[in-house]
Design a binder for this molecule. Structure first.
Ligand code: GZL
Ligand code: ZN
Length: 333
């Protein structure tokens, strides 16, 4: 899935933003005070956020960042929904925000496809939409004003490079615990990992299956891998939580995670960094969930009719076992 270069559509984004801003003012209640906030007396920006669910430690940290930042003190009236990882629930939540005529809608699309109709409805209603965390595969990128989140292809690529350089000096068999089927992180992390190991014939992915980003499903899939293969050297889990489930399955099989079977993951949440510091994981590429501040800044700019960057890439660090021991005391999530 080629990612469009958003730079080339910056002009369109500015025009779209200006249209949205005008739309928001005209279609919102006539009491709009012109400074972009609903004139509902307390001058708050009403924002509807449709969250994926509460499937992982990463999601919990992401939700906390959004709820801690989009407060009334910070100028927001936040309406928040949890879709339990179901697209139809997210679409329903977005439709309810449109019906409530909020000033801005933001969401993290649980999967890449199937959003054009509801995003067109938001555009027709003059309500700007901001994507956080995950992307949509809509051809028409005027359907959202900005996308804030990590580069998942790069994350997968960094894990693959580390595996190739540090473990791929001899022939190794890798099993892959994929994220939610059809989600941008699952598609892109797989692509980046495969790209990075492509040049090293020592590294072979012998099995790959979705664990849906949850610890429980990661454990179940890993149990299946252990029954199907007696020569697994490395687990590549698309997130810490599935890696933590794999630890349970590996230990139940009488093997030492991080030693007999190496584990490399993406996220960098506290439980994952603790497993890494304890030697049960071997490498983590971070995926920063603290998107609240960027979302607040972009939402205020959009409502005020200012132009915003079409794509904001969140910075991610990476940690080995020594790095995790040093970083753990100061981790925010
Ligand atoms: C990545 C995010 C993914 C995390 C998982 O930005 O969408 O979803 O990697 C989470 O932990 O469930
Ligand atoms: Zn590459």
């Amino acid at each position: 899935m080629a990612r469009k270069n958003f730079r080339s559509t910056a002009v369109a984004a500015v025009a779209a933003t200006a249209l949205f801003a005008l739309g928001a003012c005209s279609s919102g209640s006539s009491a709009n005070t012109g400074d972009g906030a609903e004139g509902n007396g307390d001058d708050l920006i009403t924002i509807g956020f449709a969250q994926v669910g509460a499937e992982s430690g990463w999601r919990t940290a992401n939700t906390k960042s959004i709820q801690d930042t989009l407060t009334t003190e910070n100028g927001f009236d936040l309406k928040f929904s949890d879709a339990q990882q179901k697209q139809e629930n997210q679409i329903q939540a977005i439709r309810s925000y449109i019906a409530q005529n909020v000033d801005v809608i933001a969401f993290s699309p649980v999967v890449e496809s199937g959003w054009d109709a509801v995003l067109q409805d938001a555009k027709d209603a003059g309500i700007p939409v901001i994507l956080t965390d995950r992307a949509v595969d809509s051809e028409d990128d005027s359907l959202y004003v900005s996308f804030i989140g990590s580069d998942f292809v790069e994350e997968g690529h960094r894990v693959g490079e580390w595996v190739s350089e540090n473990l791929g000096t001899e022939s190794i068999n890798v099993v892959e615990l994929q994220g939610t089927t059809g989600s941008a992180p699952a598609i892109d992390r797989k692509e980046g990992f495969e790209d990075a190991i492509a040049g090293n014939s020592n590294v072979t992915v012998i099995d790959s299956q979705t664990g849906n980003f949850t610890r429980a499903e990661g454990k179940t899939v890993m149990e299946g891998f252990l029954q199907a293969h007696d020569d697994i050297d490395v687990v590549f889990a698309h997130n810490d939580d599935m890696g933590l489930g794999a630890i349970e399955a590996i230990e139940a099989a009488g093997k030492k995670p991080g030693v007999d079977i190496k584990i490399v993951t993406i996220d960098g949440v506290k439980d994952g960094m603790t497993a890494l510091a304890d030697g049960k994981f071997n490498y983590i590429v971070e995926c920063n969930p603290l998107l609240g501040p960027d979302l607040a800044e972009i939402a205020k700019k959009v409502v005020a009719g200012e132009s915003v960057e079409k794509r904001i890439v969140t910075h991610d660090d990476a940690f080995d076992q020594e790095g995790a021991k040093a970083a753990l005391p100061n981790r925010q999530y």
